[in-house]
Design a protein around this ligand. Structure first.
Ligand SMILES: Cc1ncc(C[n+]2csc(CCOP(=O)(O)OP(=O)(O)O)c2C)c(N)n1
Ligand SMILES: [Mg+2]
Length: 775
């Protein structure tokens, strides 16, 4: 017997009695997802029994499969002694119904391009997807090849959360075949799924031809209360509603429990109305175990092609656990032996067996999901073979997309810029280079968070078009994406687009990269080559004031493993930056661009911009060993070049190094790095209009860093930068190092209580001219 749970009521006047006639499961519960009506949950009035089948119920085999998922999940968490058992137990039934009856997925070919996508945005419920992957017999994939071996074995499930296991705590893309995206940070899977649905629309518009529906897959996302609370999911839902993505279905596990207990303490809004407001089609399934109702909702969702669908599914977390069902303690800790035995008893399961997979379960999956997926993928492959005969050029593109190759000649029109003292803003030259590449790279698509006139990322050539639904007089084949003012979703969506093989870029002001940290990090974790373009890269933004002046953003981005950051110094470095980053298809890149003009360096006098590919290079040099090395990135390279010229004229042996990418530089062999920054030359100055953190690595203990310690100041950009001698507009460098600018040489508003910055002089800057090379 399952004990009765204490009844928690929001309003005692409301009736808590509810009896669902004909409910085969034998538990009663009342309330809805909106916080309206009674909120009585997990009240068991009868023993929890396994499904009984019948007209609306699942078959005996189905029940066996569902309970196998539940018990594997419980056992996996218990053995690991950590994890989240409750939601896999509760959502096993809808997950099984979706996979077994609806999902178009061939377990024998997890790379089949037109497969439906399943995203587990509730990544903490990872045992759910691992159990499904195992039971469905999804094959393993290595380096883009499907192997004749399962992605997961029962042994892998037993290794849940262990070092080097195939079953990490949260599902990881590339690590476990069958996982479509890395999830765990709540809300991200939702954002990714919108990107995947957009990618499908784009692919269908470009490649589908009469009689050749090459791309018509559907994207299904399992999300929870946490996802519904996260802003990124709301932003993404708003985008999906606007874009009328009828190929997207979110299944919301409304168990009204999260870590701190009932969601009544923090989350009482009307989700249904919210999503209806976004333009979604909203359905409700009152009982997660009601297979018939859930399948009907899925059919309804599929039939609705003009709007995304949210299916709100009411469930009881930890369903079946005698004492923990419906409580937060079923969320994120092992159930314990007694609860596991009780739950197994309730399921009609052998209580003593662990990781038990009854005979016939694997076969049953093969009869449903397996057979349906195999037929669909075989049919698609035959279709594609005739498509390749009829449309060879388009098929070539599809092949390149699917194998992560670049189109031939993508870089043939990248411009070369003439020297110019006036120069051009790097955001401007970047826009020009992007527009020179994009016509030769048809699946390079992207946009901005409402800033494309400023970030210069609009594709302006004939036929580029805007990605909009036909209802808004647009086409899903457009290449300019309009994310609206939704930076966080923009990054998350771009990860989803990228996971479909399309090359995605997005843009905004560098200061607002703060709003995009999670998706950038996930791009790196998933090796997705999203291009992040951030303009207005320094205090040169001026009039907008300190709120808009990036200081610590470069440090954060440089500190993110796997992210390549490039801050080019002039138009030709911008061109080289694009030439370098596009072939990097295994990692995200971040391009940092100026708002203000930057002089275009005369490459007949200084070294060619192709040096950018190595991250740092000697731009201007002296004969013999330099007495001082000046290094900078982006807009500050112009400053150090003028300092270099001044010092040179004074007979000082100086070297100037342009250092657009620490990451690329660190990837060079030691000999190269030492040739640029010889270890014996310790008189070094680094200049960057941003936080000094990290530059110590290159200037050493005796070097100097001219950087920012405050938040910048309010004022026109030129004046902001030129209030002292370190001026891009009026460069004039003191002859004596003792008069070099202080470390916080640019005007700034230091945070209250911040320590006084140390001056260059104090750090040994006067040794620069004295030629004293301390060890
Ligand atoms: C962005 C983010 N914040 C916090 C967490 C930590 N966390 C993991 S699960 C969870 C609660 C999620 O609640 P819900 O989605 O309702 O899941 P359920 O308890 O129903 O399984 C939290 C806060 C996280 N994974 N991601
Ligand atoms: Mg919940």
């Amino acid at each position: 017997m399952v004990s009765k749970r204490a009844c928690r009521r929001r309003d005692d006047r409301r009736s808590v009695a509810a009896s669902w006639a004909g409910d085969p499961i034998g538990w009663m519960r009342q309330g809805n997802h909106n916080g309206e009506g009674d909120l009585m949950r997990s009240i068991f009035t009868q023993p929890v029994r396994a499904f009984e089948g019948g007209a609306t119920g699942p078959s005996a085999e189905d029940v066996l499969c569902i309970n196998t998922i539940r018990t594997l999940s419980m056992d996996g968490v218990q053995k690991a002694n950590s994890g989240h058992p409750g939601t896999p137990m509760a959502m096993a039934a809808p997950a099984y119904a979706l996979w077994q009856n609806v999902l178009s997925y061939d377990p024998a070919d997890p790379l089949w391009p037109n497969r439906d996508r399943f995203v587990l945005s509730i990544g903490h419920a990872s045992m759910l997807i691992y159990s499904l992957i195992y039971l469905a017999g999804i094959r393993d994939v290595k380096h883009g090849t499907v192997l004749d071996a399962p992605s997961l074995t029962l042994k892998d499930l037993e290794q849940f959360r262990q070092l080097d296991s195939r079953t990490p705590g949260h599902p990881e893309y590339h690590h476990t075949a069958g996982v479509e995206t890395t999830t765990g940070p709540l809300g991200q899977g939702c954002g990714n799924s919108v990107g995947m649905a957009m990618a499908e629309k784009w692919l269908a518009t470009r490649f589908n031809k009469p009689g050749f529906p090459l791309f018509d897959y559907h994207v299904y996302t399992f999300c929870g209360d946490g996802d519904m609370m996260e802003g990124v999911a709301s932003e993404a839902a708003s985008v999906a509603g606007h874009l009328r993505l009828g190929n997207l279905t979110w299944i919301y596990d409304s168990n009204r429990i999260s870590i701190e207990g009932s969601t009544d303490i923090a989350f009482t809004e009307n989700v249904q109305k919210r999503f209806e407001g976004y333009g979604w089609h909203v359905l409700e399934v009152k009982d997660a175990n009601d297979q018939a109702a859930f399948l009907a909702a899925l059919a309804d969702a599929k039939a609705e092609t003009g709007r995304p669908t949210l299916i709100i599914v009411h469930s009881v977390i930890g369903w079946g656990a005698p004492h923990k069902a419906g409580t937060a303690s079923a969320h994120g800790e092992p159930l314990g032996d007694a609860e596991i035995r009780g739950a197994k008893k309730a399921y009609g399961w052998p209580e003593d067996k662990s990781f038990y997979v009854p005979d016939g379960v694997l076969e049953h999956f093969q009869k449903g999901l397996g057979a349906r997926g195999a037929a669909a993928s075989a049919q698609w492959k035959a279709l594609y073979a005739s498509y390749a005969r009829d449309y060879p050029d388009l098929a070539k593109e599809v092949d390149a997309i699917l194998s992560n190759r670049l189109p031939e000649g993508w870089d043939k029109d990248i411009p070369v810029y003439e020297p110019s003292a006036k120069g051009v803003a790097s955001r401007q030259s970047s826009g020009e280079v992007l527009n020179a590449i994009a016509p030769n790279f048809p699946w390079l698509i992207g946009g901005s968070a409402d800033l494309s006139p400023s970030t210069k990322t609009n594709l302006t050539f004939q036929g580029a078009g805007s990605f909009q639904p036909p209802e808004w007089n647009g086409t899903y084949g457009g290449r300019n994406l309009h994310f609206g003012v939704r930076e966080h979703a923009m990054g998350s969506i771009c990860n989803g687009i990228s996971l479909a093989g399309i090359r995605a870029y997005c843009s905004g002001f560098l200061i607002f990269s703060d709003y995009m940290k999670p998706p950038i990090r996930l791009s790196a974790l998933m090796n997705q080559p999203v291009v992040y373009i951030f303009t207005h890269d320094s205090i040169g933004v001026g009039e907008d004031g300190p709120t808009h002046q990036p200081i610590e953003q470069l440090v954060q981005l440089r500190a993110t493993p796997g992210v390549t950051l490039i801050r080019p110094a002039d138009a030709n470095e911008v061109a080289e930056a694009w030439r370098t980053l596009i072939p990097m298809t295994d990692r995200p890149s971040v391009l940092i661009l100026s708002r203000q003009n930057l002089p275009t360096v005369d490459r007949t006098v200084y070294a060619p911009a192709s040096g950018l590919a190595k991250g740092a290079y000697v731009l201007g040099d002296c004969d013999g060993t330099p007495d001082v090395i000046l290094m900078a990135t982006g807009s500050e390279v112009g400053l150090v070049v003028s300092a270099y010229e001044t010092l040179k004229a004074e007979g000082v042996k100086a070297r100037v190094v342009s250092m657009p990418s620490w990451d690329l530089f660190e990837a060079q062999p030691k000999e190269y790095r030492d040739s640029v920054l010889p270890p014996t030359v310790t008189n070094r100055v680094a200049v960057e209009m941003a936080s000094p953190v990290g530059w110590d690595r290159y200037v050493g203990l005796s070097g100097s860093i001219i950087a920012m310690h405050g938040f910048g100041a309010l004022g026109p950009g030129r004046r902001n930068c030129s209030r002292n001698s370190a001026s891009p507009s009026k460069p004039s460098w003191p002859k004596r190092a003792s008069r070099w600018p202080r470390v916080d040489s640019w005007p700034g508003r230091p945070p209250r209580g911040a320590p006084r910055p140390v001056s260059v002089t104090e750090r040994g800057g006067d040794r620069l001219l004295a030629g004293d090379n301390p060890p």
